[in-house]
Design a protein around this ligand. Structure first.
Ligand code: ATP
Ligand code: MN
Length: 465
């Protein structure tokens, strides 16, 4: 079907032209002589108003049966709108009811809770909020690809199935073709160890928790690369910020130190914000009005601000002096929890802040050991409303130190033979970070639950649709 989108019609189509549009009825009002249909086709937040004269041929069979939720096709003339708010409306000459929606259509005009809408995730994209969320999500994805493309980074498709358990022992989803009731056993007896050598990949395989190690391989060949793909974590935490399946962006850069890394991360976040504010003004105004008051101003100021930097050690001192009654008590060596992160970024600094140089015992084996051996060159970016949005580090490029760290962390050196090879053959300083894509979309939209910024959330107990 050749049709104009509502977005095109509202923006710049010529008044007086004959147009075809198609979409879903949001509401219909009937008077004696006319029906007024509000049509939305997902191309933008706004509906377009269609006026159907009771005299048109399709009136009783089509217009009067086009209830909320129905799909319709409209042919008509684009006319100047006498009402306020919109430039144009459509005077219909023909309305075709393509697909009716009976009165049990669950999204009648009233407002529904996000919790309820999650149970009808197959219909929620037709609401204002979710249409806006997924248009913004799209714009953010495009911003990310553009940002890296403009800087000549190579987009790397890191594998989704992996046999290298790089960091998340216990957090990985197993991938196997074994009969779960009767897997082959090493000693042939039931109850013995499962013989993964017999499995599809000849080894224990899982869904990836990160593409970083593979990105390091390519950074040490192509220079600057990034991944943007699905990531899986079987962490059994029911929080508003964790999904079992989420998308992550992981840039990895050769000849970068921690400062270069943080500088790129700051430019990156600012670029995404500016791009989305420019491309999605209508959707962002909607979030500002209905979801998070003042979000446009706050994002704009983040895009202009200089991000703060503080070491983990300084952050702990600030938290200890804060006089706050935190749920998790503060001491050097602890992992910084969300409550602490939010205090630091919201109350102490009042804008995004990088916390750097964490104790090595709470960070991964691959992070570069600092002078003094107590901390590693890690960085987390904390932002208001959310806490951690980026986690990254300079990687350990010294073969001997890396070997020692693998041992200290209780990992098996043999598994990392290829990772160690990168340090044996032409090693070089390199660094990178991971941005959780859904966290970024939450930050951009003000949506407070991560389940509401992903098309179909996967969380403990739920993988419907
Ligand atoms: P958190 O402390 O919030 O669980 P993390 O330290 O496990 O985060 P990393 O392993 O550094 O996070 O992952 C990089 C980024 O991926 C994080 O900064 C965050 O934006 C995002 N992220 C991590 N876990 C999840 C998850 N379960 N769901 C969605 N995004 C996540
Ligand atoms: Mn985590």
């Amino acid at each position: 079907m050749e049709r104009s989108t509502v977005r095109e019609l509202l923006a710049d189509s010529e008044i007086g032209s004959t147009i075809t549009l198609a979409g879903w009825v949001r509401t219909r009002r009937d008077s004696k002589e006319f029906s007024f249909l509000e049509i939305n086709d997902g191309s933008c937040l706004s509906n377009i108003q269609v006026v159907a004269d009771a005299g048109i041929e399709s009136y009783s069979e089509h217009v009067l049966k086009a209830s909320t939720g129905s799909a319709v096709k409209v042919i008509g003339e684009l006319i100047e709108s006498p009402g306020k708010g919109q430039r144009v409306e459509v005077k219909a000459t023909d309305v075709e009811l393509i697909g009716a929606a009976p009165s049990d259509y669950p999204m009648q005009k009233k407002r529904h809770s996000n919790e309820f809408l999650r149970t009808i995730a197959h219909l929620r994209p037709r609401t204002n909020t979710y249409g806006a969320v997924f248009r913004v999500r799209h714009a953010a994805a495009m911003a990310i690809h553009r940002f890296f493309d403009e800087r000549n980074f190579v987009y790397l498709h890191s594998p989704i199935i992996t046999t290298s358990d790089c960091e998340g022992a216990g957090e990985m989803f197993r991938v196997s073709t074994f009969d779960p009731l009767n897997p082959p056993r090493v000693d042939g007896k039931s109850g013995g160890a499962i013989d993964y050598a017999e499995d599809f990949f000849g080894a224990e395989a899982s869904l990836t928790v990160s593409g970083q190690l593979e990105a390091e391989i390519f950074a040490l060949a192509l220079g600057n690369v990034y991944t943007f793909g699905p990531t899986f974590r079987a962490e059994n935490s029911n929080t508003p910020r964790h999904l079992a399946e989420f998308w992550m962006i992981e840039p990895e850069m050769a000849f970068y130190d921690l400062n270069d890394n943080m500088k790129l991360g700051e430019e990156f976040i600012k670029y995404i914000i500016k791009y989305v504010l420019e491309k999605c003004p209508e959707d962002m105004a909607f979030f500002d009005r209905w979801i998070e008051k003042g979000i446009i101003d706050s994002l704009q100021s983040v895009a202009e601000a200089n991000f703060e930097h503080m070491t983990y050690t300084d952050a702990i001192a600030v938290l200890e002096k804060s006089g706050k009654d935190f749920e998790f008590p503060v001491h050097w060596g602890m992992d910084i929890q969300t409550e602490h992160e939010r205090f630091l970024t919201e109350e102490h600094v009042g804008r995004p802040v990088y916390v750097t140089n964490y104790p090595k015992d709470i960070k991964a084996f691959y992070m570069r050991v600092d002078e003094g051996e107590k901390t590693v060159s890690a960085m987390d970016l904390l932002v208001p409303r959310l806490g951690e949005i980026i986690g990254g580090s300079q990687r350990e490029e010294r073969e001997d130190v890396l070997r020692r760290r693998i041992k200290e962390c209780g990992l098996e050196e043999e598994i990392y033979w290829w990772y160690l090879d990168l340090r044996r053959f032409g090693t070089a300083a390199h660094a990178g970070f991971g941005l959780g894509f859904e966290r970024m979309v939450m930050y951009l939209t003000g949506m407070s639950n991560i389940r509401d910024v992903v098309p179909f959330p996967r969380t403990p107990g739920n993988a419907m649709f």
